[in-house]
Design a binder for this molecule. Structure first.
Ligand SMILES: [Mn+2]
Length: 429
């Protein structure tokens, strides 16, 4: 007999002195089994939380907006120093975010010349440089594409930027270079889909050849936007094939918001794990398209199912990078970032609760409802008390959001940054 959660246990034990027709030993048996189950849940959760490290995006602390309006936040970070400071604050509150993803164009405008400054900031804040994100979408030259552009000169410019990004990553001792292409076309017949594949393959092979021994090229896909007819790297199949062709250090990056409605993302994850091609995630949620909403805010069960697939593969944690890719236009950026990390931890902890050994038996015996309930037990288990216990035991605030509010950090940066932000013009990031 199994219990769905600790709440049921409160009622499972008899009220002293009240006879219910059962021998006390029966109740003790149930109670002890329930305790063992809870203890196993707790152990799995603690272990899972110790293993989960999440990368913050530098652009998530900056003023960003929609295509229609940009609502400035007075506390937003504008400089790389401020982005590192904000990331360090999130790390101090959550203990789970030791790295900061950097965007070459926005964070290292001097390219390689800025690397030393980043290393100094890392030493000062205790937050290391994480994945390096090239920018292949903002230059006017990229109107018709970057590495898929029909103009060989523009392709060269894009490849050189990617090579520079690899060099920056080497200087910063960053393992991953994350490539997302905005390349595509808006109308049938206006571009050769086939020739653009070849140009993309050539470019990524050249970039792959420049990678250091421990470096990886993460290839991110997206079905549409900014291109509305065809996107050169539109789905996981294309990303998998092009990464394979680039070389053994290339793998696929799954941005949870970059899928069509109804796609089974955990199945994609299962396939990529099988093929040893899952490089990492960009966490966010979506309701309509690439909405950049908080992870799990719309469909937490899907995130749970993705984590369940990950935890079903014993090697996945060593090779999967967990990164947040969210730009909040309305929510306070610091609060949103802390909330996202906590959400990821809770959903990951829920997935860790699943008794995978028992689930495998139930699946083999086609005991469908029991198998489904075994999975759902994790999802419905209230992990928050154990997550809080884990935080306290690691010297972290039990409630990071409350601690952020109590710290006065946001008020302080708002007053320090107010004057500059009030007269600034926000770019995308
Ligand atoms: Mn992304």
């Amino acid at each position: 007999m199994r219990f769905a959660g600790n709440h049921i246990l409160l009622f499972a034990h008899p009220i002293p002195g009240v006879s219910c027709g059962w021998a006390d030993s029966n109740w003790d048996l149930i109670f002890n089994e329930g305790n063992q189950t809870l203890s196993a849940h707790r152990d799995r959760i603690i272990q899972a939380l110790d293993s989960l490290r999440i990368e913050l995006p530098s652009w998530g602390f900056a003023n960003t907006g929609t295509r229609f309006g940009k609502f400035l936040q007075l506390e937003a970070a504008a400089t790389i120093e401020e982005k590192f400071a904000d990331a360090a604050q999130v790390n101090a509150l959550t203990g789970a975010t030791p790295t900061l993803a950097l965007h070459v164009a926005w964070d290292l405008p001097g390219d390689l010349r800025d690397a030393n400054k980043i290393l100094d900031l890392a030493a000062q804040t205790g937050v290391r440089a994480g994945s390096i994100n090239p920018n292949l979408f903002e230059s006017q030259s990229y109107k018709f594409g970057s590495i898929c552009n029909p103009d060989p000169g523009i392709r060269r410019m894009a490849i050189d930027h990617l090579l520079e990004s690899v060099a920056i990553a080497k200087a910063l001792r960053s393992r991953d270079i994350s490539v997302w292409l905005a390349d595509g076309s808006n109308y049938p017949g206006t571009q050769s889909i086939r020739r653009r594949i070849e140009w993309m393959a050539e470019a990524l092979a050249e970039v792959h050849a420049s990678l250091g021994d421990d470096q990886r090229l993460l290839v991110e896909y997206k079905p549409f936007e900014p291109a509305f007819y065809h996107t050169d790297l539109a789905d996981w199949g294309m990303a998998l094939l092009i990464a394979r062709q680039a070389g053994p250090k290339a793998c696929v990056l799954v941005d949870t918001g970059h899928h069509y409605h109804g796609q089974n993302i955990e199945q994609i994850v299962a396939w990529l794990l099988r093929e040893k091609m899952l490089g990492g995630f960009h966490f966010n949620d979506r309701r309509y398209a690439d909405d950049d909403l908080t992870l799990g805010s719309i469909d937490p069960y899907q995130v749970f199912r993705i984590f369940h697939e990950l935890l079903s593969d014993s090697t996945s944690m060593a090779t999967t990078a967990f990164m947040i890719d969210q730009s909040h236009n309305l929510k306070g950026k610091m609060e949103a970032m802390v909330q996202t990390v906590c959400t990821a931890q809770e959903l990951f902890a829920k997935a860790a609760v699943v008794d995978r050994e028992r689930l495998a038996t139930l699946q083999d015996e086609c005991r469908l409802v029991e198998a489904e309930e075994c999975l759902r037990e994790g999802f419905w288990f209230d992990v928050r008390p154990v997550v809080q216990e884990w935080r306290s035991s690691r010297g972290l605030p039990a409630d990071p959001l409350a601690a952020l509010r109590a710290s006065g950090y946001v008020e302080r940066i708002r007053s320090e940054r107010r004057e500059r932000n009030v007269c600034s013009v926000a770019t995308y990031a």
